[in-house]
Design a protein around this ligand. Sequence first.
Ligand SMILES: Cc1cc2nc3c(=O)[nH]c(=O)nc-3n(C[C@H](O)[C@H](O)[C@H](O)COP(=O)(O)OP(=O)(O)OC[C@H]3O[C@@H](n4cnc5c(N)ncnc54)[C@H](O)[C@@H]3O)c2cc1C
Length: 206
Amino acid sequence: MAARCAASWWKPTVPASAPRMSTENGPCASVTSSLSLQDVKIPKENLLPGTEGLKSALMCLNQARYGIAWGVIGAAMACYDCALQYSLFRKQFRDQPIASHQLVQQKLAWMITEITKAQLLALQVGRLKDEGRVQHFHISMAKRNNVWMALECARMARDILGANGIADEYPVFRHMANLESVKTYEGTHDVHTLIIGAAVTGIDAF
Ligand SMILES: Cc1cc2nc3c(=O)[nH]c(=O)nc-3n(C[C@H](O)[C@H](O)[C@H](O)COP(=O)(O)OP(=O)(O)OC[C@H]3O[C@@H](n4cnc5c(N)ncnc54)[C@H](O)[C@@H]3O)c2cc1C
């Protein structure tokens, strides 16, 4: 596959379509469509300069995945902050805030620790990028870990909020549903596991 600029896709004469998909259970802020190309021919003059086929097209994924590794930390922080405030406010049994219970504190302690670790991982990958030393498997590690961490934070926060965890009034369930999609796109969690596994063993398990 060559990396070609197909600006003409959107002209009605080209046999391509992008029917919009329903994403009610996932991200609602961006349009998600399936893309169908039928007998599309892109002229040679549309070849992007300096490209080397599929490798060039896939290189942009390193940028997007790196951005995701940072972005999901924001979702995790929003969930943590919401759960912390809620646990200090919500009183159950003996008129005590639920934040006074060890099991709730354990969840909050886990969340803030994992958020901090994720920040350090993303920061280190950023440093490697700045030095021109980053490898695709470094980025896989950051995307895989940080999305998992954020999803776990969202699930724990949802749990701390009790029944309110599913209410629109709070942002937690929205983040959780969004993060379920992020776990899949830009390379699934398991595929990034295989990328890291191949890097450390030298054996492709795909
Ligand atoms: C909201 C959203 C937005 C998206 N946006 C884009 C976009 O802008 N551009 C784009 O190109 N794509 C986009 N995608 C597609 C996304 O990248 C794919 O859904 C993703 O790569 C997984 O592919 P798939 O759905 O075909 O699942 P599959 O490849 O069928 O995978 C299904 C399951 O099988 C596992 N699996 C697959 N192969 C292996 C293997 N060899 N070994 C072990 N396990 C395996 C996967 O880990 C996963 O758990 C988007 C998806 C979503 C949900």
